[in-house]
Design a binder for this molecule. Structure first.
Ligand code: ATP
Length: 363
């Protein structure tokens, strides 16, 4: 069944989450008009400020709504001074990942033409990789379950399962195959681990290579996480799809964002077999919130990822084309120097950046 109409939950959240969401929705509306798709939206509250006012970060009925819609568009949640009584941050996005089984954290690290990058090498413009952060287990399986021993010792335990490693591996290879077909990338999947030291990572590597045999037309490799930190700075253009454990993905995706101009340029998606959530890689950025200077590019590109995912899932070429068009429009405004955001040393704020992308869309 082909569908061009979708229903999504919109969760702006806290801080600049609200600001970049407004910008992305304006771009989405323009893309809808241009491509004949309809994305109806349902506002769902949640976040740190919601916790302060109502005593709960996200209500059960909000979780229910999130489970029923076609996709979730998410800004950012969390605020430094607002914490749970045990001192941990308000992060309902982590609960959404666990509850909706959003195991694949897709974080594209792509150099946008015209955006200043961190590396001087002329090859830096070729950076186009995806960090695939497993998002339901690893070290984060211990979240909320850490053990204190007499105020003298603390323990968190890592969990790696065969089932999740197999589905993450299949996701990685299917992604690498799609990228190869669409963008001419090499079709190379590199597991990032620490298999030389920990049993859990040796197991993860074994299951990865066993599962990789299902994809003989693609390359399967592995790399130690410490060497990967070095090589992401030394030769990031050599990598394609990089599946890894949750905490490694948390850390290396920030490093990746740093390579391509910062958090404001790094989109992401948390994808499961039935649900998906799309959000920028950045947080609520309290230091710049409320000033209208946040860079909305990551949120706009995350919205494009949502359209692509919806299009592929429901057989809507119009949604897939809308996604490609948004990405092209973003590239065009930066390549032409029409926009320079504050985080890239310019003076174009959130709304101005969205306006330029909408103009480039020709809507
Ligand atoms: P979290 O823990 O929720 O990931 P954080 O507080 O570690 O969040 P961010 O909110 O991502 O980190 O912000 C990190 C830095 O990057 C801040 O200095 C912030 O101002 C900057 N930053 C993040 N997103 C943007 C953006 N969209 N535009 C401009 N600067 C940004």
């Amino acid at each position: 069944m082909k569908r061009n109409d979708f229903h999504v939950a919109v969760m702006p959240g806290d801080g600049i989450g609200v600001e970049v969401m407004d910008a992305a929705i304006a771009v989405l509306e323009a893309a809808e008009k241009r491509h004949g798709i309809a994305v109806s939206r349902e506002l769902v509250a949640g976040g740190a400020l919601h916790y302060r006012e109502h005593g709960v970060a996200m209500t059960e009925s909000a979780f229910d709504r999130a489970a029923k819609v076609d996709a979730i568009l998410f800004g950012a949640m969390g605020w430094p001074e607002i914490r749970y009584p045990d001192g941990t941050e308000i992060a309902p996005q982590l609960d959404l990942r666990f509850r909706l089984e959003l195991y694949a954290g897709v974080r594209p690290i792509r150099a946008i033409p015209g955006v200043p990058v961190a590396l001087a090498s002329p090859r830096a413009k070729d950076i186009d990789l995806v960090i695939l952060r497993e998002s339901t287990e690893g070290m984060f399986a211990s979240r909320g379950k850490g053990v204190m021993v007499d105020d003298s010792e603390a323990r968190d335990t890592q969990v790696i399962t065969r089932a999740t490693t197999e589905r993450l591996t299949r996701f990685a290879f299917r992604l690498a195959a799609r990228r190869k077909a669409k963008r001419g990338t090499p079709g190379r999947v590199t597991l990032v681990d620490k298999a030389n030291v920990f049993l859990s990572f040796a197991f993860m590597r074994k299951v990865f290579h066993e599962t990789a045999r299902e994809f003989p037309q693609l390359e399967a490799r592995h790399h130690y996480v410490d060497a990967m930190a070095l090589d992401l700075v030394r030769r990031p253009w050599d990598f394609d799809v990089l599946p890894m454990e949750n905490l490694f993905g948390d850390i290396l995706s920030d490093l990746g964002a740093g390579l391509i101009g910062g958090m404001g340029f790094a989109p992401s998606a948390d994808v499961g077999d039935r649900h998906a959530l799309f959000q920028p890689s950045h947080g609520s950025a309290p230091d710049i919130a409320g000033q209208g200077i946040a860079n909305p590019t990551a949120m706009i590109l995350s919205t494009a990822m949502m359209l692509e995912w919806l299009g592929e899932r429901h057989g809507s070429n119009a949604a897939i084309e809308a996604a490609a068009d948004i990405e092209k429009a973003v590239d065009a405004v930066f390549a032409a120097g029409r926009v320079r955001t504050f985080d890239a040393g310019g003076r174009d704020g959130t709304a101005a950046t969205a306006r330029a992308v909408i103009e480039a869309l020709g809507a």
